[in-house]
Ligand binder design. Structure first.
Ligand code: FUL
Length: 457
């Protein structure tokens, strides 16, 4: 039991996973024939001629994303309909046979480089157009396309593999050779993280609604799948990394279990991906999610030991919709207002005699009653360890009280003590007493704890 806990505490991330965590917030771009047919899933029979984004401007996309503080863009180079946004040598079903004969992948990659953000690709394994689909040759076809993307467009920060596996044009399903896909990505883009339902580098959070778990563990049993439903996901109660799941690491859950992973504990953090609108592709009548909703998604994902991949779909002109761009700008302004300026403070780690339960005393330069957030980061380069913590306020007038109780910290935990959308904020509005110091007490951990960053906003 103790050995098992020690093992769990010491499962460490790779360099590419740490670099991915640093990106925090990046964008999905769903763009393709669906943009022009008003559908979410094309069936592969769409004529190339319908893809006609006459004002296509990938620089406009990249500018809006980087302006919103996003650190990357992942473009759907090919969605389930099989239509390719780059002139692949291996199919005619691509931009090369469209009225606008432009290499959208190349232009997007270049725009990201200019804007100083990362670029990544989504290449759907499910292909409803390819005649190879459902045969062993399809894996060759897929790898050929993947290799084009991996070698022609510079450095990629992410290769996003979709788990969907439906029927192809001849009614057959495909057995994907994921091991081969992964080897190919590693060979050409060793720094790119591979997203797939359960890793190997980043896993799906289990829903498309933007719901993060209340306690997010990056260390999970290798073969454990997400439990859930696409619309609502597992909800905050299924905590894949908690001990009850870890102890089941010998179980064999889910249909894909044997494809990718050996059993045992592995470091695979979760990505929260959702669209700024209801659909992944652009539909005229859809409106962006409210600022409040997006802010809550941001706090619970970026501030909940995950990264946020927010989809912003270009319209039929090939431009991001002004409504979405405006909402992104509002979000950036709100994030800057809430988190932009940390209060001046000093932090002292206190030895409690127990390395798994240290305390951190934060002394504010100016006593204040306006504390809104506390941001904590574990040094996860050695593993994720904190299971529980508490924050107590220490008043200059004397007295102390606990006001925040949390579970996991991981890469980053944003503890929200105030809510910009609430009419009243207990701590800010009612408490006129000034807070002098804050005490962060780690109450439970799987190993020795080291917080590498503490900020008070
Ligand atoms: C899913 C797809 O079926 C959706 O269309 C979308 O691309 C989403 C991100 O992944 O598996």
């Amino acid at each position: 039991m103790i050995d098992f806990l020690r093992e769990a505490a010491n499962v460490a991330p790779s360099k590419r996973q740490l670099a991915w965590f640093d990106r925090k917030f990046y964008a999905f771009i769903h763009f393709g024939v669906n943009t022009f047919t008003d559908r979410e899933w094309g069936d592969g029979t769409e004529p190339e001629s319908i893809f006609n984004p006459e004002k296509l401007d990938c620089r406009q996309w990249a500018r809006a994303l980087s302006g919103a503080g996003m650190k990357g863009m992942i473009l759907t180079a090919k969605h389930h309909d099989g239509f390719c946004l780059w002139p692949s040598r291996y199919t005619e079903h691509s931009v090369k046979n469209c009225p606008v004969k432009r290499d959208v992948v190349g232009e997007a990659a270049q725009a990201c480089r200019e804007a100083g953000i990362g670029f990544g690709v989504y290449l759907s394994p499910w292909d409803r157009n390819s005649a190879y689909y459902g045969t062993p040759e399809y894996n060759d076809y897929y790898c050929n396309q993947l290799e084009e993307l991996l070698t022609q467009y510079g450095e990629l920060f992410c290769v996003w593999l979709d788990g969907a596996c439906g029927e192809g044009p001849n009614g057959k399903k495909q057995e994907y050779d994921f091991q081969r896909y992964i080897r190919l990505v590693r060979k050409h883009q060793p720094n790119a993280v591979i997203f797939f339902d359960r890793g190997p580098d980043v896993r799906w959070c289990g829903n498309e609604a933007g719901n993060a778990r209340a306690s997010e563990w990056a260390v999970v049993p290798g073969e454990l799948c997400w439990y859930g439903d696409v619309q609502t996901g597992p909800g905050p109660l299924a905590q894949e990394g908690d001990l009850s799941y870890l102890y089941n690491t010998d179980s064999n859950v889910g249909g894909l279990s044997n494809i990718l992973y050996s059993k045992g504990l592995t470091f695979v953090p979760s990505e929260i991906n959702t669209s700024i609108r209801r659909g992944w592709f652009w539909h005229k009548e859809e409106e962006p999610k409210s600022l409040e909703k997006l802010f809550r998604i941001y706090i619970s994902s970026v501030g909940g030991n995950a990264c946020l991949n927010l989809n912003i779909p270009p319209n039929r002109d090939g431009l991001l919709d002004e409504r979405d761009v405006a909402r992104l700008k509002e979000l950036r302004e709100l994030l800057d207002r809430e988190f932009g300026q940390a209060l001046e403070a000093t932090v002292e780690k206190r030895d409690t005699g127990h390395p798994m339960q240290p305390e951190y005393m934060i002394t504010l330069a100016q006593p204040t009653s306006r504390i809104k957030y506390v941001e904590l980061m574990e040094d996860i380069s050695v593993g994720q360890r904190v299971e529980g913590f508490r924050i107590e306020a220490v008043f200059s007038s004397g007295g102390q009280f606990p006001f925040f109780q949390g579970t996991t910290i991981g890469n980053r935990k944003i503890c929200a003590l105030a809510d910009p959308f609430a009419e009243q904020n207990r701590l800010l509005d009612e408490n006129k007493v000034k807070i002098d110091k804050l005490l962060v007490k780690i109450t439970a951990a799987r190993g020795e704890v080291s917080l590498k960053h503490i900020a008070v906003m």
